[in-house]
Design a protein around this ligand. Structure first.
Ligand SMILES: [Zn+2]
Length: 174
């Protein structure tokens, strides 16, 4: 078990459309990999972590989200493998951040409600309808699997400010 290094903005793997997972092939290594991803995500207080954020080319991401709205609710782990959107509805603009661009918070539009289909960590095909933080996390992680980043969705008028902010933040990353 180990905390992996999180790949930062500028690394080409964050811009890659990742390869579909062959579940049977991955299954033997999956529990250890998920344990590492969970520890890494917890260590940096993230909501989610996609495989390419630890340098792996596979359509897999992990989300750690509170089980309920209660304060200090335990975290629930959701693993999405080869996910696909079935439906996206509504629009909400909220601030978002990413472990690969630490310190940067930008308002981006997202669907308010999504239905997504994926293989869970046991290889079962499941369909989930989500709103709120989970809907946002699904969209953010799906972006990673396609080589997109949240800043791609920002209003073009904000791009110069984002660029300036990134220049300032970069030296603080390791
Ligand atoms: Zn991210």
């Amino acid at each position: 078990m180990a905390i992996r290094k999180v790949v930062k903005y500028g690394d080409p793997i964050l811009r890659k459309k990742l390869k579909p997972v062959n579940f049977e092939e991955l299954a033997p290594q999956l529990p250890a990999l998920l344990q590492d991803m969970e520890e890494t995500c917890l260590a940096v207080h993230g909501v989610g972590l996609a495989a390419n954020q630890i340098g792996l080319d596979m359509r897999l991401a992990l989300i750690l989200i509170p089980e309920s709205d209660k304060k200090d609710a335990p975290l629930k782990r959701i693993v999405i493998i080869n996910p696909e959107f079935i439906e996206k509805t509504g629009e909400i603009i909220e601030e978002e951040g990413c472990l690969s661009l630490p310190g940067l918070w930008v308002e981006v539009p997202r669907a308010t409600e999504v239905t997504i289909q994926f293989l869970n960590e046991h290889g079962e095909k499941v369909k989930v309808r989500a709103r709120g933080l989970l809907a946002k996390a699904f969209q953010h992680e799906m972006d990673h699997l396609d080589g997109h980043l949240f800043i791609d969705h920002a209003n073009p008028a904000l791009k110069p400010a984002i660029k300036k902010e990134l220049k300032k933040l970069r030296p603080t990353w390791n």
